[in-house]
Ligand binder design. Structure first.
Ligand code: AMP
Ligand code: GLY
Length: 431
């Protein structure tokens, strides 16, 4: 089989690396890929941007690609799957309508409400005065979200009323996120612990992947600005067997049924960001129409089943009675980011120390990297995700940080506490 992976981040490196392990796969093309995918056996980078749908489609037709898997949300929300299907190309991901679950927060919140799936109370606004009046009525803490895609930056969790008012003013009057911020969702602040719950879906059935947790804030202790994710690990101890059941029956299953009933069956990876509140209820923070980044990296390190076989079965609507096999070990990935991230990204800095002894327990997934004059240099905000397996999260953490310590790059930084909640739980359990 010939596979095309669309995207060039750490998630796509992991997807392509895993796809290449399938015995049925001969070549995996990655568009555009990065310096890490350029080096892998069976992988070939193609210089087409992830949002250039017509060039991607032409490539898939001319190369007779058997299956395309879409990494990022932008092409999904723009309708790449519909475009590919019109040309009879197998393309794994939700269509344009179903991708609104991520592409429009107001669509997604209204859907959650219609389907009675637990989430924060909210209102949707395009009028600034009404939005401000609502904030004053509800008081802080309160959460302001740009309706459209804003690369993970369109959410402001405001501790003070003034911060919420300034956020909503930036979006509705200041054009901060352009069209994406011309309408906003303002919602109730939820306190609790977050988990990422991702299922592979065939339109009817959602097969849960191993649970995971990421760290969205830039700084240690989950402080500082929100990023795309500074690290992740799997499994997430907070998602125990009971919580797993609850998320499946209260979130994933009703979401899939709702999407089917509403005429847009969901095929693809469905990512539910869940806030587990003090009373133990899993409430939806957001839906993403794709795999998480960096959750993909630790989750796929643990996947023993054949990814291509699973995606092919999901596309055919054949996930019923399938099981996914997991490595019992835990995996943890530490993101190394370039100077200035998330506000900006320093580019062109040489990265040293990437050559590690081949070891099936440690993998350096690349994201914003490229090759320049024989060296690997930074090319984006999140640069690497150093991922390791271990007997538990504590051991995976130790091993990942050992590999991180060998990597040198001007200004590159990383959080030193990835996985701390799970590690603390493991410590308490062992006392
Ligand atoms: P989202 O992109 O909607 O997941 O929001 C990004 C991050 O903002 C989430 O991962 C949470 O940490 C935080 N967040 C979003 N909505 C809420 C909420 N209603 N209450 C508390 N925190 C939130
Ligand atoms: N790590 C969060 C996301 O992929 O949206």
């Amino acid at each position: 089989m010939k596979i095309l992976i669309v995207g060039g981040g750490g998630r796509e490196h992991a997807l392509a690396w895993k796809a290449a392990q399938s015995p049925a796969v001969e070549t995996v093309y990655v568009a555009p890929g990065n310096a890490g995918t350029a080096e892998e056996a069976k992988l070939i980078n193609i210089a087409i941007a992830a949002d250039d749908i017509s060039a991607l489609k032409d490539f898939a037709i001319s190369e007779k690609i058997d299956l395309t898997i879409i990494g990022p949300e932008i092409p999904l929300v723009a309708g790449i799957v519909d475009e590919f299907q019109q040309s009879n190309l197998a393309c794994f991901g939700p269509g344009k309508k179903a991708s609104q679950l991520e592409g429009s927060k107001s669509f997604s919140k209204a859907f959650l409400k219609r389907q009675a799936i637990p989430t924060a109370d909210y209102e949707h606004f395009t009028d600034l005065d009404k939005a401000i009046a609502y904030i004053k009525e509800k008081g802080a803490p309160i959460v302001v979200k740009a309706d459209g895609l804003a690369a993970g930056k369109g959410v402001v969790v405001a501790q003070e009323e003034a911060e919420a008012i300034s956020a909503v003013t930036d979006m509705l009057a200041g054009n901060k996120f352009g069209e994406a911020g011309s309408s906003v969702v303002i919602e109730e602040f939820m306190d609790g612990e977050e988990a990422s719950f991702i299922a592979i879906c065939d339109g009817t059935i959602g097969l849960p992947l191993a649970s995971s947790q990421d760290h969205k804030a830039r700084d240690e202790g989950d402080k500082g600005p929100n990023t795309g994710g500074m690290g992740a690990y799997s499994p997430a101890p907070i998602v125990d067997a009971t919580m797993h059941e609850r998320i499946m029956s209260e979130v994933i299953e009703p979401a899939l049924k709702g999407m089917r009933d509403e005429g847009m069956p969901y095929v693809g990876f469905l990512y539910a960001g869940i806030m587990i509140t003090a009373d133990g209820t899993p409430r939806v923070l957001e839906f993403n129409c794709r795999f998480g980044d960096p959750e993909t990296q630790p989750v796929l390190m643990r996947l023993k089943s054949d990814l291509i076989d699973l995606c092919s079965a999901a596309l055919k609507g054949e996930l019923k009675n399938r099981e996914i096999e997991w490595d019992d070990r835990a995996a943890l990935g530490v993101v190394m980011a370039s100077k200035g991230y998330p506000e900006s990204a320093s580019k062109g800095d040489v990265i040293n120390g990437l050559k590690i002894d081949p070891d099936e327990t440690v993998k350096i997934f690349h994201a914003g990297t490229m090759e320049k004059e024989g060296a690997i240099v930074t090319a984006g905000g999140r640069v690497l995700c150093v991922t390791a397996l271990g007997e538990n999260v504590s051991e995976a953490q130790l091993s990942a940080y050992k590999a991180v310590a060998k990597i040198r790059c001007e200004g590159m930084f990383f959080r030193k506490d990835i996985g701390y909640r799970a590690v603390n739980r493991e410590k308490t359990a062992n006392i």
